[in-house]
Design a protein. Structure first.
Length: 429
């Protein structure tokens, strides 16, 4: 049955949710606070790189099922469901900052119809359902938790093909109404209490981060004993209990969620009286990984980076997204610059003209080969597929030294060695 839905916040989660729900036949109004964003989206211009999202936004705009408005209060007047998809960034003490959630709830409270269901889709700690209830200031509406598990870069696919839909509600009839919105999706549906739904979200992200830190630690061990982590991971992944997903060694995990969510879970545990030492270790291993990769570059460059030029391929936190938030690439390049290197970088999703304070001190070029001119070391930081197919004879001719640090184990090692490159990966020679 088609529902009337409002989405508050048109970022990666809100825009994907809005576009996908309109695709499923619902009538959707999306609100944001940034006028330029609302104007662009109303013209069908999608401000983020997300496969398939442009098509769904165009489809929704032309059918009239999807609209964009400025201001949360202007989206909710006749909504049966309101999704809160606003940021929950990290506070100074590591906990999740709920101020955007509270502000959005205060804004919409007076404009809601009785019996409207307000849904926390943002990642929020235990107790946030109550926080939203208080901020709404309404006793005649429901608040339900419905965490989102999409990945950037495959957000539309993940939303429409979820591994599960989790609904946390005290009121069973509210949970059933929310479940009705997802009837078009073939996914297991889990209805639970709000606290469990909130913990499912954090526990899932922290577990995935744990897998990656574990494999990065195994990669360090492989280097020490002369094993090849790619073979080790292949052998581990055949075991169905382990599986082969999220076992790719790399420069460390990043992005807008794993770093803040893992710290928030440590904090949630601390406040509940449990010292989550395991997860603190996972975070420490990740910080060490940034340091290890920077140190590998330093050693490849001969031990001293001062005045040396480094070429970097990859700035985003992973491939197939344009998102630079908490990118391990930037973390590592910051360390290289602190050691005296000058950095020229290329990323298929980041144009040279892109002005962003996070790129300060890095010369961004549109051409991958231009990044390599006079460089002592080329460091591959993001796993963009096209990096594999570049002309390494040309790269060799442009660089001052033929040295490659492949922090994603992406390139064909033997082909580089044949061309006279000194090659180093992660967890293998
Ligand atoms: P984002 O920063 O991309 O988007 C948030 C949007 O909300 C922005 O456009 C901002 O302008 C808007 N906004 C802020 N306050 C508002 C208000 N009062 N009214 C209307 N709009 C407002 O954030 P995101 O990456 O989409 O993440 C949102 C939430 O979803 C976070 O809690 C995050 O942890 C969670 N989450 C993110 C992902 C992901 O892959 N990015 C996946 C799952 C869950
Ligand atoms: C992650 C989760 O995968 C989503 O399920 C979740 O909804 C989302 O966080 C969120 O809560 O925001 P995302 O941040 O888009 O999604 O990125 P991932 O694909 O999970 O990658 C996170 C980081 O881990 C990246 O830096 C990536 O390069 C790294 N990674 C991932 C590895 O180093 N190795 C791997 O095997 C997998």
């Amino acid at each position: 049955m088609a529902s009337k839905i409002a989405i508050i916040g048109t970022g990666y989660v809100g825009l994907t949710t809005g576009a996908c729900l309109s695709h499923l036949g619902h009538s959707v109004v999306c609100a944001d606070v940034v006028p330029e964003k609302v104007d662009a989206l109303s013209r069908g211009e999608v401000p983020i790189l997300e496969a398939g999202l442009d098509e769904l936004v165009h489809e929704g705009l032309s059918s009239g099922q999807l609209r964009f408005v400025l201001g949360a209060e202007n989206a909710v007047g006749d909504a049966e469901f309101v999704f809160l998809c606003v940021p929950t960034p990290q506070s100074d003490d590591g906990s999740a900052d709920l101020s955007y959630i509270e502000a959005a709830a205060e804004q919409i409270g007076p404009h809601l119809q009785p019996e409207t269901i307000v849904i926390n889709k943002s990642t929020v700690p235990v107790g946030s359902t109550r926080v939203v209830e208080r901020a709404l200031g309404r006793g005649d509406v429901h608040v339900v938790s419905n965490p989102e598990f999409l990945r950037e870069g495959s957000a539309v696919h993940d939303f429409l093909n979820p591994d599960r839909v989790v609904i946390g509600a005290d009121d069973q009839s509210a949970a059933i109404r929310v479940a009705g919105m997802y009837l078009g999706l073939a996914a297991p549906l889990q209805v639970t209490d709000p606290a469990s739904a909130e913990i499912i979200k954090y526990a899932s992200n922290a577990f995935l981060a744990t897998k990656i830190s574990y494999v990065n630690a195994i990669a360090a061990l492989c280097e020490a004993v002369g094993a090849d982590v790619n073979d080790v991971v292949l052998g581990m992944g055949y075991d169905k209990r382990i599986g082969n997903a999220f076992l790719r060694p790399g420069p460390g995990w990043g992005g807008s969620c794993f770093p803040k969510d893992s710290r928030a879970l440590v904090k949630i545990a601390e406040e509940a009286g449990y010292d989550f030492g395991l997860l603190r270790g996972v975070i420490d291993v990740n910080e060490e990984q940034f340091e290890r990769v920077a140190d590998k570059v330093r050693r490849l460059a001969g031990g001293d980076l001062s005045g040396k030029r480094i070429a970097a391929w990859g700035l985003t936190f992973k491939a197939r997204t344009d998102d630079l938030r908490e990118s391990p690439s930037l973390e590592i390049l910051r360390r290289l610059r602190a050691l005296g290197a000058t950095v020229r970088a290329h990323d298929p999703a980041v144009r040279a003209a892109h002005a962003d304070p996070r790129l300060e001190g890095i010369e961004v070029v549109d051409d991958p080969y231009a990044a390599c001119e006079d460089a002592e070391v080329l460091v591959v930081l993001t796993e963009w597929d096209e990096f594999k197919w570049h002309d390494f004879d040309k790269v060799a001719g442009l660089m001052a030294g033929r040295r490659v640090l492949d922090a994603r184990n992406l390139l064909e090692r033997s082909a580089l060695k044949r061309r006279g490159f000194e090659y180093e990966g992660i967890g293998r020679g």
